[in-house]
Design a protein around this ligand. Sequence first.
Ligand SMILES: [Zn+2]
Length: 169
Amino acid sequence: MRNTLVLNASYEPLTTVSLKRAVVLVLQDKAVVEHAHPLGMVRGTGIAVPVPRVIRLQRYVRVPFRQRAPWSRRGVLVRDQHLCAYCGRRATTVDHLQPRSRGGADSWLNTVAACAEDNQRKADRTPEQAGMKLLRRPFEPTPEATLMLALGLRGSEMRELAPWLPAVA
Ligand SMILES: [Zn+2]
């Protein structure tokens, strides 16, 4: 359930997030509670936070809603949830489908997360040439995913991003 509204530092509505995500942002001092539910508190180890209905980011976040999200290696790993596009195991590298040495671009549609082993095995070839099958097709991240990137969320927090991403082909 995404039922907490997130405002930018400028009070402009940005998106909605889960209650858990909202509380984490508040506890990390990334956001303040603007409106809380009149009843109830969220309780954790040694903490109690009012149930936030609206939170506001402490820092202004520039969100390229109408632009394409800028490509980055980290962005590709996050988009692919750190899972290798070829074998599904943990990925730490970014593979260019059309290799850069052959004019392949640093773009969302030309790059996938890959484990070091598969990246090395594929080398300077396309997946077809290497006889390697993609488990999913690369895509451009949604504005919501771009926002989460801009908020600097990482690691296990990124798993919450999964429902926000387009369905895997
Ligand atoms: Zn792999």
